[in-house]
Design a protein around this ligand. Structure first.
Ligand SMILES: *Cc1c(COP(=O)(O)O)cnc(C)c1O
Length: 390
């Protein structure tokens, strides 16, 4: 018998190879050959989940009530904890029942929001340099994504002021995410206000991906877009416990904001998944309600690593800014090389993996992203290796 090789759906063929899956494969291939590769490629926290959260999970695992199907939208207790956290952290009031929704990681919600609002042939407005799921989700819905330019001179704030009328007419979602992965840029309140006014004028759902809201330095405190007046009229915001509490593997996050968008995303999820394990939601409640010193310590750790890497990169002549948030450093590639060429050289000659900026979209050309998710000695060794070939 021969297995049939089925033709995949056209939209699947249109997806670019998922950047990080490709980088993982490169890393594994080299490691298999016994080559000592240092990966600054993927932003996956290296520190353990704080103990009080693990303990809450251990307790939750012993409760047979948690073994049954979870509530689709998240347990009432989790949604209340999310609402409480929004209030204490940002001073933002959200109704737990109508304005919050538990997610199986925020990536899940970001991917499914397209299913809720995008028809074939429609557009989503995606930052030119951004998390691949914004555009990928549109492709999977037989829709298009329009790249909003991002430039260093404009502090990497995606420019939505020159979108052609025919695109605007079919635009359903505008995606933003600040503090920004990969550039490390932060948004001003005025920028959020302009985005809110723009989306209101054109009837577009504003989706703000706030995965790095808790990872900030030098006293900077990232806001929620929902702090801005009128934001809830047009905006949905995604939060993730992944980076703030070293919980990437746990898969837990939530959406808050516009009630009609929450309802529509909930409808999609009712039909596609059955929610996140209630025990994980209980652990997440411990994270959101518990002491936040673990978050402050994590920020100190990343700030220290950031200083180390930025200083070292500058010392070897690679231009980079000092990011005020996120777990990344966004550095310029030496002139004469493309992002991909420089990343390949680093891999082949220095055995260091970085992400080429162009992998995030056209305006990322000329940059690489380095993750701060390795201990100091590894980070310094990586920079030394880069120095040896730069
Ligand atoms: C890490 C990350 C996410 C996804 O977080 P999960 O909650 O783990 O799915 C979303 N957006 C951006 C920009 C990220 O970097």
């Amino acid at each position: 018998m021969t297995q049939l090789n089925f033709a995949t759906a056209h939209n699947l063929d249109r997806l670019p190879p998922y950047l990080f899956a490709r980088i993982d494969a490169q890393r594994d291939a080299l490691r298999e050959k016994g080559i000592d590769v240092i990966s600054l490629g993927i932003g996956d926290p290296d520190m353990p989940t704080p103990e009080h959260i693990v303990n809450a999970m251990a307790e939750a695992l012993r409760k047979p009530a948690n073994y049954r199907y979870p509530d689709y939208a998240g347990s009432p207790a989790f949604r209340e904890a999310a609402a409480r956290w929004m209030l204490t952290r940002f001073g933002v009031e959200v109704d737990p029942t109508t304005e919050t929704l538990a997610l199986i990681g925020s990536k899940e919600g970001i991917a499914h929001i397209h299913t809720a609002f995008v028809n074939p042939g429609d557009y989503v407005l995606a930052p030119s340099i951004g998390y691949p799921v914004y555009a990928g989700g549109a492709t999977l819905m037989h829709a298009h994504s329009y790249c909003m330019p991002m430039r260093a001179e404009k502090n990497w704030l995606a420019d939505f002021s020159h979108i052609p009328a025919e695109v605007l007419a079919k635009a359903r979602i505008l995606f933003l995410g600040y503090p920004n992965n990969p550039t490390g840029a932060i948004a001003t309140p005025e920028y959020f206000d302009e985005a809110i006014a723009f989306c209101r004028e054109h009837g577009i759902l504003l989706v703000h991906d706030n995965a790095y809201s808790e990872i900030a330095f030098d006293g900077y405190v990232p806001p929620s877009i929902l702090e801005r007046p009128g934001a809830k009229d047009v905006a949905l915001e995604f939060f993730s416990l992944s980076k703030s509490y070293n919980m990437t593997g746990w898969r837990i996050g939530f959406a808050v904001g516009n009630a009609s968008a929450i309802r529509a995303l909930g409808t999609v999820k009712n039909n596609l998944d059955s929610g996140q394990f209630t025990a994980i939601q209980e652990a997440a409640i411990a994270a959101l309600d518990g002491p936040q010193d673990c978050v402050a310590e994590l920020c100190q750790l990343y700030q220290h690593r950031r200083d180390l890497v930025v200083e070292a990169l500058r010392a070897i002549g690679l231009g980079c800014e000092m990011p005020k948030a996120t777990i990344y450093v966004w550095a310029q590639v030496p002139s004469g090389l493309t992002s991909e060429e420089f990343a390949s050289r680093l891999l082949e000659e220095a055995q260091v993996i970085v992400t080429p900026g162009s992998g995030y979209g056209p305006d990322g050309e000329g940059y690489i992203r380095l993750s701060l998710t390795l201990p100091d000695d590894k980070l310094l060794e990586a920079v030394q290796r880069i120095k040896s070939i730069a």
